[in-house]
Design a protein around this ligand. Structure first.
Ligand SMILES: NC(=O)c1ccc[n+]([C@@H]2O[C@H](COP(=O)([O-])OP(=O)(O)OC[C@H]3O[C@@H](n4cnc5c(N)ncnc54)[C@H](O)[C@@H]3O)[C@@H](O)[C@H]2O)c1
Length: 390
């Protein structure tokens, strides 16, 4: 079993819950789950959602079923989600411009205690962060980080990660999977602490949509020695994530996780504009993505690649969570702590640890499979050792 707790029951968290339960019922095929056909030793049926945490007062204290139906008007919502509850979280002051915030009793410290009790009660193996993007700092020392966490000044995701580390130390090993741009896995103080307490921190910012495709196209151009002159890539969407990103500080966090891909892959900086650009409500969750890449080829000719796409935003990330939950449990069971570049490089826009390179996803996929095989081979060798020789 892999016990999963969702932080932020928005479009992504809800789509993950509904899609997972439908796969388990045999209602849909696991398309969009990258490793569905790779044997991880942990199946999709082994994933159990134990709860969600949110701060939207319309969601807190209801069930995931209710949120899927009432807030997102989703069809085919499995009744199994009726028993899974939404608990109150922390950090409401960071998003009070976006929706009505649930008012918990007490101060920041009381709310932290309340969230910690939820962790203890639900006993998650994996905590998945799909909350609203917030600007967050990279801390130089643990003391500086802890001071901001306790004072309520750190980004909410960084506070949740702090509580997850405490939970790992006091209760059981846990993985914190950060799928939003706020730096968590890219905070070396958090990763070092995770190593000490048998926790895993994966992140940051799920790479869906145009980013992995851009990375693969750039690798293609690099391998053929075509000189890239410019890259324009923009996204316009109508979900609340895009609405949240109309705020400049939040968009800055997103831009930083998206544009590091260029130099990392090409080996040189090419002028680029890569970021979510706008909110257009009628597009809903199906964003419009456009890409233009201009480069020089043999004998000085200039070529251009132009891509236009409409992509369902939330399901793309939701499908990854199915694998990330299983991979995180696989790694925890193998006794790995800290962070794991092989997982981050495939799934994340800003793969931890801090300073790591973005690589093309076609290459990252091969490295990920090698990593999985190395763990699986060790597991099998240990199993063989346990079988007494006749
Ligand atoms: N393809 C993708 O959709 C994609 C890709 C990469 C990253 N992301 C990131 O994933 C996150 C979720 O995306 P979404 O489309 O579901 O957004 P959303 O706005 O629909 O959902 C965010 C949810 O988090 C909740 N929330 C906000 N602050 C919280 C807090 N402090 N504690 C607990 N809950 C909190 C909100 O109430 C909401 O339910 C966003 O940060 C987005 O940038 C999405």
């Amino acid at each position: 079993m892999v016990r999963v707790l969702i932080l932020g029951l928005g479009m992504v968290g809800t789509t993950f819950s509904v899609g997972l339960e439908r796969i388990k019922k045999g209602e849909i095929k696991p398309y969009g789950v990258p490793l569905a056909n790779v044997d991880l030793g942990i199946t999709i049926n082994d994933i159990e959602i134990v709860g969600a945490i949110d701060i939207d007062e319309r969601k807190v204290n209801s069930s995931i079923y209710d949120v899927a139906k009432r807030i997102y008007n989703m069809d085919n919502v499995p009744v199994t989600l009726k028993d899974i509850k939404v608990y109150p979280g922390l950090g409401g002051e960071f998003v009070k411009d976006l929706f009505p915030i649930y008012q918990a009793d007490g101060d920041h410290k009381d709310t932290m205690d309340l969230v910690y009790k939820v962790f203890e009660e639900l006993k998650p193996d994996v905590i998945v962060d799909v909350t609203t993007t917030q600007e967050g700092k990279i801390y130089n020392t643990w003391e500086e980080y802890e001071k901001d966490v306790l004072a309520g000044k750190a980004a909410p995701s960084q506070v949740y990660a702090y509580l997850a580390l405490r939970y790992a130390e006091e209760t059981r090993p846990v993985a914190y999977v950060n799928l939003i741009p706020t730096p968590v896995a890219n905070n070396p103080v958090i990763v070092s602490a995770a190593e000490r307490v048998n926790a895993l921190v994966l992140g940051d910012d799920g790479a869906t949509g145009a980013t992995p495709l851009t990375a693969d196209i750039l690798e293609h151009l690099r391998e053929r020695n075509r000189k890239v002159y410019s890259i324009a890539q923009f996204n316009i969407g109508g979900n609340t994530d895009f609405l949240a990103l109309t705020d400049e500080s939040r968009n800055k966090a997103k831009k930083e996780t998206k544009s590091s891909v260029v130099k990392d892959i090409l080996g040189y900086e090419a002028p680029n504009y890569i970021r979510p650009t706008g909110y257009l409500e009628p597009l809903g969750d199906k964003k419009f993505v456009a890409m233009h890449i201009m480069y020089e080829s043999f004998n000085g000719v200039i070529d251009e690649i132009i891509v236009n796409m409409r992509i369902n935003d939330s399901p793309a990330l939701a499908g990854y969570i199915v694998d990330l939950a299983r991979l995180a449990k696989l790694a925890l069971d193998a006794g790995i702590a800290g962070t794991i570049y092989e997982i981050n490089a495939f799934f994340m826009k800003r793969p931890a640890p801090l300073g790591s390179k973005n690589i093309a996803r076609i290459l990252a996929y091969q490295r990920l499979i090698e990593f999985i095989n190395s763990i699986r081979n060790k597991e099998m060798a240990t199993e063989e050792e346990k079988i007494p020789v006749q």
